[in-house]
Structure formats: structure tokens, C-alpha cells
Design a protein around this ligand. Structure first.
Ligand code: CP3
Length: 353
């Protein structure tokens, strides 16, 4: 691991590059047999997150197989609510479940601010271990959930389709929801700054459920808090700004608002055309995306032509980072991922004259 690949950082700094960098959301995960083996060895998913050496191992697994241009910290967005005492468990077939929920003013008042050098120290240990092991091979992405997305899990107590409880709280008692979001904003800012201090070179905010909000409520309950976080990010140890990226799933129609968030990059799901997104955000913002992860079930020839479609949709230019429109799913054959990554390497140089 001696080669130094800073392609993604150079794109985020606005420099010219010779091809499109590529990585995948959830690139370390259950579609890889070696991930399943390490997860088994760890015991539970949270035990894997809490063990810096094993978290580092699974972070590096996809990089050994594929020519990826970034590593992403192996952890989860739900570490913050867990550290606030809600008691997180991942139940097979059901996903994340919390022992406690947050549904009243008293519940919000009772939530402690998690300490980055105590309850969340295991995350920073993982960042330090991974960064040192990567040794410059590719940049390391740190991440957090957005306050709104974390709040939906904390209010519901689990994954949800309708967000019945979270929306009732937001619409009926907005001041309580805002108090929760403000607490989370402080915690997420501290969390990302601690990851930066530990060596994260890019930070990404996952706003998986921002797109569930009505148009008028998206800025109020989600975007404004993310802006606040971006404004509160520290520089790295050399005094350089650490690029920030926002991903609101289902947020393509709000890019004209997101472009002024202060983030250098915006992630897109597959419902938005990169060409129209580029017109909305202008040439100063990097766009990341947006192959439908479902496309990875198709055969390698189809994957190749769909990569071509995404690249030509963005067009000529240096401000695109290739990714999926959401995380890769456990059923994807690993050789289909090779076809995807190889196609980006093969086709994208033609878009960088
Ligand atoms: O991208 C990566 O490779 C880094 C690691 C990462 C995970 N989760 C590992 C994980 C990241 C960046 C996340 C973010 C995350 N977690 C989000 C936001 C991004 C998105 O996908 O929208 C959300 C909403 C979560 C919450 C979460 N974590 C859920 C709903 C689940 C259960 C999913 C399921 O299919 O069971 C998780 C668990 C989880 N997080 C797994 C992984 C690899 C699977 C756990 C396992 O090994 O059993």
C-alpha cells in the first residue's frame, strides 16, 4: 500500500484530474464473503464497530478487491443515539432497534451530550487505526447521520416507512423536535470534529430521510441544521479545510437550496439526472452519484453501458465523483462490482480532456 491516490480530494478542491474517482456507499458490507466472516468473528455488528482492528480490517476489504478511490470509516450513523443512552441493538431481519425512545420534552431534556473521548472513543480509535493503516493509499471519509435522520430513529425507536411518530412530533410540537435537533446538531458537530482530529480527510452527512419531509419543512427540520454543522467544522492538523459532502436521499428537487449549504459536494440518488443537477448547482459544487444500486444485479455488459450513461449524463468536466445512488445491497455478486468499478476506470478518462 505505497501508492498515494488523492484523486477524490483533488476533485473536492476543484483541481483538474485525469479520470472520475469512484467509491460505493456501504462498500464494506454483507455482499462480501470476507465481511461476513469478520462479522461472525466479532459477534455482533456493534462489536465489530467497537473493535478498531476488525473495523479497520473490514474497511480495507473492498479496497483489496477493487480499484476504489476512497475508504469510508466502518461504523454506523446510530452510534450517537446509542451513546446518548438509548440502547441500540441490531436484530437480524428487523434492523436497528432502540430500548428507549424520545417523544416528549422531558425525554429530550434528559438526553446527555455524548463525550467523544468516552462513549464514542471507540469510533475515534477506529479512525486513527484505519488512517494509519491506509498510509495515504486513498483518502479516509468520516461520516455522521443528519440531525433529522437521527431524530427519526430516536423518536420511532426503529426503522420506519411512514415516520408516524417523528412527523407527529415535528408537526404537533415543533419546539420539542427543534430542541432534539439542536442537541443532535451540537453532538454531530463535535463527532465530525473528533473524527477530523483523529484523521478523517473528508466528512459526509447522511440525510437518508430528509426526502420524507414536505418541501417547506425540509429547510426547517433538516437542511438548516446540516448547514450549521458544516459551518462548525474544524480545519485539519495542517490548517486545511476538510471537504464536506451532504447526501439527502430523495432531495434532488432541493439542490438549489443545498448548493448554498457550505458543503463542497452533494450526493444524488438515481432519481435525479446529473446533467440537470449540474445546471442547478453550477460548476463550483461537486456532484456525487448516482447509479441505481439495483443496476448491479444486471449482467456486466449492462452495468458497463449504464456506467457510460451516468458519465455522459454528467458530461465533460472535473467535478464528478462516481458512486451509487444509495448503499450496495447484500445480494450483489462481487464480480458485478468489479464490472462497475472497471467501467468507471475505462470510460471516464474520455470525459476529462
Ligand atoms: O458505507 C460503508 O461501508 C461504511 C459503513 C456504514 C454502515 N452504515 C455500516 C452498516 C455507513 C456509512 C452506514 C450509514 C447508515 N446506517 C445509514 C445512512 C446511509 C444509508 O444507507 O442510508 C443508515 C440509515 C444506517 C442505519 C442502519 N445501519 C440500518 C437501517 C441498518 C440495518 C440495515 C440492514 O439491512 O439490516 C444498519 C446496519 C449496518 N450498518 C450494516 C452495515 C454494514 C449491516 C449490519 C450487519 O453486518 O448485519
Amino acid at each position: 500500500m505505497s501508492e498515494q491516490n488523492d484523486l477524490m480530494l483533488r476533485v473536492l478542491r476543484g483541481e483538474k484530474v485525469s479520470r472520475t474517482p469512484v467509491w460505493m456507499m456501504r462498500q464494506a458490507g454483507r455482499y462480501l464473503p470476507e465481511y461476513r466472516a469478520t462479522r461472525e468473528q466479532a459477534g455482533s455488528f456493534m462489536d465489530l464497530c467497537r473493535n478498531a482492528d476488525l473495523a479497520c480490517e473490514v474497511t480495507l476489504q473492498p479496497l483489496r478487491r477493487y480499484a476504489l478511490d476512497a475508504a469510508i470509516l466502518f461504523s454506523d450513523i446510530l452510534t450517537i443515539p446509542d451513546a446518548m443512552g438509548l440502547g441500540l441493538e441490531f436484530i437480524p431481519g428487523r434492523g436497528p432497534v432502540f430500548a428507549k425512545t424520545v417523544r416528549s420534552e422531558a425525554d429530550v431534556d434528559g438526553l446527555p451530550f455524548p463525550q467523544m473521548d468516552d462513549e464514542l472513543a471507540y469510533v475515534m480509535n477506529a479512525v486513527r487505526t484505519i488512517r494509519s493503516e491506509l498510509n495515504g493509499k486513498v483518502p479516509l471519509i468520516g461520516f455522521s447521520g443528519s440531525p433529522w435522520t437521527l431524530a427519526t430513529y430516536m423518536v420511532e425507536g426503529q426503522s420506519s416507512r411512514e415516520f408516524a411518530q417523528a412527523k407527529t412530533l415535528a408537526y404537533q410540537q415543533p419546539e420539542v423536535m427543534h430542541a432534539l435537533l439542536a442537541k443532535l446538531t451540537q453532538s454531530v458537530t463535535d463527532y465530525l470534529n473528533a473524527q477530523i482530529a483523529a484523521g478523517a480527510q473528508i466528512v459526509m452527512i447522511f440525510d437518508t430521510w430528509g426526502g420524507a419531509l414536505p418541501h417547506w419543512a425540509y429547510p426547517l427540520f433538516s437542511l438548516d441544521y446540516m448547514k450549521n454543522i458544516v459551518a462548525g467544522l474544524n480545519k485539519d492538523s495542517e490548517g486545511n479545510r476538510v471537504p464536506a459532502m451532504l447526501f439527502t436521499k430523495g432531495g434532488g428537487q432541493w439542490l438549489h437550496l443545498m448548493k448554498d449549504s457550505g458543503a463542497q459536494g452533494l450526493g444524488l440518488d438515481w432519481t435525479t439526472s446529473l446533467a440537470s443537477a449540474r445546471k442547478m448547482v453550477g460548476e463550483d459544487i461537486v456532484l456525487q452519484g448516482n447509479l441505481d444500486p439495483g443496476m448491479l444485479r444486471a449482467n456486466p455488459a449492462t452495468i458497463h453501458s449504464e456506467v457510460q450513461r451516468v458519465l455522459s449524463d454528467y458530461g465533460m468536466g472535473h467535478r464528478h465523483i462516481f458512486n451509487l445512488g444509495h448503499g450496495i445491497t447484500p445480494d450483489i455478486p462481487p464480480d458485478h462490482v468489479s464490472a462497475f468499478i472497471d467501467a468507471v476506470h475505462e470510460i471516464s478518462p474520455a470525459y476529462h480532456e
